[in-house]
Design a protein around this ligand. Structure first.
Ligand SMILES: [Zn+2]
Length: 70
């Protein structure tokens, strides 16, 4: 499962970067989905997912975001 967060403009000088968090089973390294995460159990190998492996990547965006409505 990949959780993406959008870049958030805190104020005119500070922008919280968009990130991508990939959640993997610590035992078989398979991508787990939200149901497995909710159950805290990998349906493939049965590993406990209460502390899953998380790969965090900061999305580098050079393209400004348009069309943000408040
Ligand atoms: Zn697993």
């Amino acid at each position: 499962m990949i959780i993406e967060t959008q870049a958030i403009t805190l104020d005119e000088n500070n922008t919280d970067c968009a990130t991508k968090v990939e959640i993997l089973c610590p035992q078989c390294s398979r991508d787990v989905d939200e149901f497995e995460l909710a159950a805290q159990k990998c349906s493939d190998c049965g590993a406990d997912l209460s502390d899953p492996t998380q790969h965090v990547a900061v999305a580098v965006t050079s393209v400004p975001l348009f069309g943000i409505t408040f």
